[in-house]
Design a protein around this ligand. Structure first.
Ligand SMILES: [Mg+2]
Length: 347
């Protein structure tokens, strides 16, 4: 089998209901779809989503079509790690982190989809899965919601069968975080996991001050307390707090996780498919984390559920509320894995 053509389709439109975290307004529904075709008629597809920046989907499309695709036309699409090596070497000169990484990830995901489809099996079966359902929590506590809105959406998540809820913090003073956390806790009950996510908003001393309070409020983890690249800060913070530090969604490539894991700076590792390097790198990062005894919770869901099915250290898939049409239902708080060939997913 040979790769014969790679095409890209772009969508960039305003989001109907923009959401806010501590550092940004996510107001776009951008999407870059990559389709890898072969001489045997099988093709693979991947979607990369963008929550803001109007032009990003089209810029990624240009990188894929003009720079990455030409060097892998004619290659055997099952040599997924070989193709990754070729693309990393190509982009090294300009810096592989950033949109080059998004492009390599998009191709990686499309190749896994293609491999699953060519063999007629879902990718999680190819990876030697450990489980057939994935525990899910609902990331629903955005900062544009007032306390009544937070309470309503948290109640909705629990009604849908989620066992835990995540909420954004750091949008205002600590007293505001405390009242919002208490409101959500009152809705979900004393024993349900409640995670807080600061989206890199704090410096070290503020992260320490707030972390001690989130700890007192029995939060399950403290996500992105510091700028993502501050490995030393994460290590020092983890030494001073008992609450696990969760991070990883803004790190590029598996080497960005090595020192963080080795130093003990992360208690829950959270790679993102687009930034970390696709399914292949997320799987390898997850296994590296497993070696350090660190649990893995994906940033986002979608195709990530195939990685989560395979890793020994999986604890959660991140989800929004389930779609209103009822096509997805949780079973005992878990997503069932899709049975269609390739990288299909529920959301
Ligand atoms: Mg996050």
């Amino acid at each position: 089998m040979k790769i014969t053509r790679i095409t890209v389709d772009v969508v960039s439109e305003p989001k109907e209901h923009p959401v806010r975290d501590a550092i940004q307004l996510l107001d776009r529904n951008g999407r870059t779809r990559v389709i890898v075709e072969t001489d045997e008629g099988v093709s693979g597809v991947s979607d990369s989503h963008f929550g803001r920046v109007v032009s990003s989907p089209a810029v990624l499309a240009k990188i894929v079509t003009d720079q990455l695709a030409p060097v892998i036309i004619g290659e055997d699409p099952t040599l997924i790690r070989g193709i990754r090596k070729t693309l990393r070497e190509l982009t090294d000169y300009q810096g592989t982190a950033g949109l080059s990484s998004y492009g390599i990830s998009a191709i990686d995901l499309a190749l896994w989809d293609l491999l699953g489809k060519s063999l007629g099996v879902p990718v999680w079966r190819l990876l030697g899965a450990q489980r057939t359902t994935i525990p899910a929590y609902a990331m629903v506590g955005w900062l544009e919601l007032d306390v009544a809105g937070l309470e309503a959406v948290s109640a909705k998540a629990m009604e849908q069968g989620f066992r835990g809820v995540k909420m954004k913090v750091g949008g205002g003073p600590l007293t505001e975080d405390v009242s919002r956390i208490r409101a959500v806790r009152a809705v979900i009950g004393a024993d349900a996991p409640l995670m807080v996510d600061a989206n890199q908003a704090f410096g070290f001393s503020e992260a320490l001050r707030r972390g001690r309070v989130y700890e007192e409020l029995d939060c399950r983890w403290f996500e992105e307390p510091l700028p993502a690249g501050d490995t030393d800060g994460h290590v020092r913070l983890a030494e001073k707090l008992d609450i696990p530090i969760a991070t990883g969604e803004n790190r590029y490539g598996q080497e960005a996780f090595r020192d963080l894991l080795a130093g003990g700076g992360v208690g829950v590792v959270q790679p993102d498919l687009r930034r970390a390097g696709g399914l292949t790198d997320c799987l390898e990062i997850g296994l590296m984390a497993a070696g350090f005894g660190v649990p893995y919770a994906s940033h986002g869901g979608g195709a990530h559920i195939h990685v989560l099915a395979a890793l020994p250290n999986t604890i959660y898939v991140e989800s929004g509320l389930l779609p209103a049409d009822g096509r997805v239902e949780l079973v005992d708080g878990c997503y069932p894995l899709p049975l269609e060939p390739g990288l299909s997913s529920w959301h």
